[in-house]
Write a protein that binds this ligand. Structure first.
Ligand SMILES: O=C1O[C@H](COP(=O)(O)O)[C@@H](O)[C@H](O)[C@H]1O
Length: 233
């Protein structure tokens, strides 16, 4: 896959640029399909981008937001990616958007996998925009090194599935969209900040097993359009 890099001098400038680009893609999706789907990552990096995007002039009532992965914790937990999205993206103008959460209260991630997969597979595809993050262990979404179902999750022929997954470095059980959901997106971005993540990306772009740095499944994935890498120190 071609990789196009967009370095910015500050995190604020990055958030503005990424939000402007994503807003344009969502408006395009609404114009052509009548609705748009945005899949975002959790963790700590996207907060400022979310806040910036939430003020964009979009017909948010026609936008569905989902996560690319979720930690299997309720929204009362500070670790909840859904909570991050609710508190930082689905505010202001973007409060009109519809959220399709990955977490379900009650069942385990494994038990919920079928139902969550059914809900996500019902969304219009390809998704208009998918924004990935990356950890310094080389994970993206919940494709963690050592994940018990990593091979299934990064299988390009996995189909539009959602998988429960556990890994030593993941903290808690996870649920993640499988690779095909990500690679087919109209706009696919990797959003990373800090020199450490730049160095991790440089390493991931070198030769080596995909399983050791699962972000390579995206970097090496089959896709016509480039992967847009947004980085700021
Ligand atoms: O656990 C997760 O981590 C990654 C990276 O998070 P960050 O805190 O380093 O920004 C994130 O992309 C993923 O969605 C999340 O579940």
């Amino acid at each position: 896959m071609t990789i196009r890099e967009h370095p910015y001098p500050t995190r604020e400038a990055l958030a503005e640029a990424l939000a402007t680009g994503v807003a344009a893609v969502l408006c395009g999706g609404i114009a052509t399909r009548g609705e748009a789907v945005l899949a975002v990552s959790g963790g700590s990096t996207p907060r400022l981008f979310f806040r910036t995007l939430s003020g964009a002039d979009i017909d948010w009532a026609r936008v569905t937001v989902c996560l690319v992965d979720e930690r299997w914790v309720p929204e009362t937990s500070e670790r909840s990616n859904t909570r991050l999205v609710r508190e930082n993206l689905l505010v202001g103008r973007a409060a009109a958007a519809r959220l399709e959460p990955l977490f379900e209260a009650g069942p385990t991630a494994h038990e919920a996998e079928g139902e969550v997969s059914r809900r996500l597979s019902a969304l219009p595809r390809p998704f208009d925009a998918v924004i990935l993050g990356m950890g310094n262990d080389g994970h993206t979404a919940s494709f963690f090194p050592g994940g018990d179902r990593l091979a299934e999750a990064i299988d390009p022929d996995a189909g539009h599935r959602v998988l429960a997954i556990e890994a030593p470095g993941a903290g808690e059980p996870r649920i993640t969209l499988a690779l095909p959901f990500l690679l087919e997106a109209r706009f696919l971005a990797l959003h990373i900040e800090g020199q450490d993540k730049r160095d991790t990306l440089t390493k991931a772009l070198e030769d080596g097993p995909t399983e050791a740095m699962p972000v390579r499944s995206v970097l090496r994935g089959r896709r016509e359009e480039p992967l847009q890498v947004f980085w700021a120190p």
